[in-house]
Design a protein. Structure first.
Length: 286
């Protein structure tokens, strides 16, 4: 099978940008004027109009505010984002020669050591391959990684309004999608361990099945270890100290992550949240 080349239409780009902007409105209280005078706000006019057309925002006085439907859409986006962080990001660094995941040693490093460990040349980023195998949109998966890394927020000294529309960043997203390994490139030939004179063809399907089986097991182990670390940190807090986790309006909170993520032990499992409508329908006028 030939490697597919992905593209991104203007409508798709505005759809992604719309959810990003709506997330800022719901979770961070960002306001947008109905009659903007700020040039950065004016650049988002197509995005704001898309949200308004979908009834995800409405007019109250001089500003647009999220509707209940808009808040629900952000909760759905946050649910996908939480799944991305837990389920899909562990495939960002895999050693194809040994089958090792960098995340197997996630808790062995401090932040600086972890960043250095990820820079080792042996790692391959297989997040795009996993997305394609699970019939997800690989562009969305890379978009999620840019959200996680603050790439839009950090654009032009914090002008995220320009970052989310930047052709430069979206071209970079497409370049990552099209240059990263796809499932069709992951098959290989190896020597039969029982008969060195014979070779065995390992299909891309076999590679992906094994990768996702081991990745699912690692993911659940990281979830379990994360809960242990959280409990250990809380135990170290003085009895008189009260810590409050900030939960923004629109956040998706998982009561029991281990139970929630257990279905991902199946290489074929995809949560229904990834097939539910999320990005607004966009009509681009030329």
């Amino acid at each position: 099978m030939a490697k597919q080349v992905y593209a991104l239409t203007e409508a798709q780009r505005i759809g992604f940008a719309s959810i990003f902007v709506l997330d800022k409105m719901v979770r961070k209280g960002r306001q947008f004027a109905v009659a903007p005078t700020d040039p950065d706000e004016m650049a988002l006019k197509d995005v704001i109009q898309t949200l308004f057309n979908e009834h995800l925002i409405e007019i109250q006085g001089a500003y647009y505010v999220p509707t209940e439907a808009g808040k629900e859409r952000v909760r759905r986006f946050r649910q996908r984002y939480e799944e991305y962080l837990t389920v899909y990001d562990i495939y960002c660094a895999v050693d194809l020669a040994t089958g090792e995941f960098a995340f197997e040693r996630y808790y062995d490093f401090d932040d600086d050591g972890w960043r250095l460990y990820l820079q080792q040349e042996r790692w391959e980023d297989l997040r795009v391959a996993v997305a394609i195998y699970k019939k997800l949109d690989p562009v969305e998966i890379v978009f999620m990684s840019f959200v996680m890394e603050g790439r839009f927020d950090d654009y032009a000294d914090g002008k995220w309004e320009l970052g989310i529309l930047s052709g430069e960043l979206w071209q970079e997203i497409l370049a990552i999608v099209n240059s990263n390994l796809h499932p069709c490139e992951l098959g290989y030939t190896t020597t039969d361990p029982n008969d060195p004179s014979r070779t065995i063809e390992v299909s891309p399907e076999d590679v992906m099945h094994d990768l996702l089986t081991r990745g699912g097991q690692l993911m659940l182990e990281l979830v379990r270890r994360g809960k242990e670390v959280e409990a250990e940190q809380q135990a170290l807090q003085p009895a008189t100290t009260t810590t409050t986790e900030i939960v923004y309006d629109g956040d998706f909170v998982i009561a029991d992550p281990y139970v929630y993520y257990t279905p991902y032990l199946s290489p074929y499992y995809v949560s229904p949240v990834w097939t539910a409508p999320l990005y607004p329908a966009v009509v681009v006028r030329y």
